[in-house]
Design a protein around this ligand. Structure first.
Ligand SMILES: [Ca+2]
Ligand SMILES: [Ca+2]
Length: 115
């Protein structure tokens, strides 16, 4: 699988700054998971992951046209990103995080550095 385009990696890196990685005590991991886990079953499905992470897109899409133009991207440059491209990238990210391949992320998988 080809690496994500550079501008997407930048966006995702910006989102990952929200992760409490440095102080990833189990409590904060679980609190983080609960933000994603809308059905409360203790793990994050692909749909829950994409829905939650898409909020980042909506917050950055200041003119709400469904496209992140360069001036809406972190750093103010890069190729425009559509919501579909953003979500496709999130699904790839989800599959990388799902190390147990059970279609659901536990707190440990969710807070692991992407890679
Ligand atoms: Ca869930
Ligand atoms: Ca836009």
């Amino acid at each position: 699988m080809p690496p994500a385009p550079r501008h997407l990696r930048h966006c995702l890196a910006a989102l990952c700054l929200l992760l409490p990685l440095a102080s990833a005590a189990q409590d904060s991991r679980n609190a983080y998971l609960r933000q994603f886990d809308t059905d409360g079953n203790g793990c994050v499905s692909e749909a829950e992951y994409v829905a939650y992470m898409s909020r980042g897109f909506e917050q950055m899409d200041r003119n709400h046209d469904g496209v992140l133009e360069p001036d809406e991207l972190p750093g103010g440059h890069g190729k425009p990103v559509t919501l579909k491209e953003w979500q496709d990238n999130l699904r790839r990210q989800f599959r990388r995080l799902d190390r147990h391949r059970n279609g659901c992320l536990d707190a440990q998988e969710l807070t692991a550095p992407p890679g």
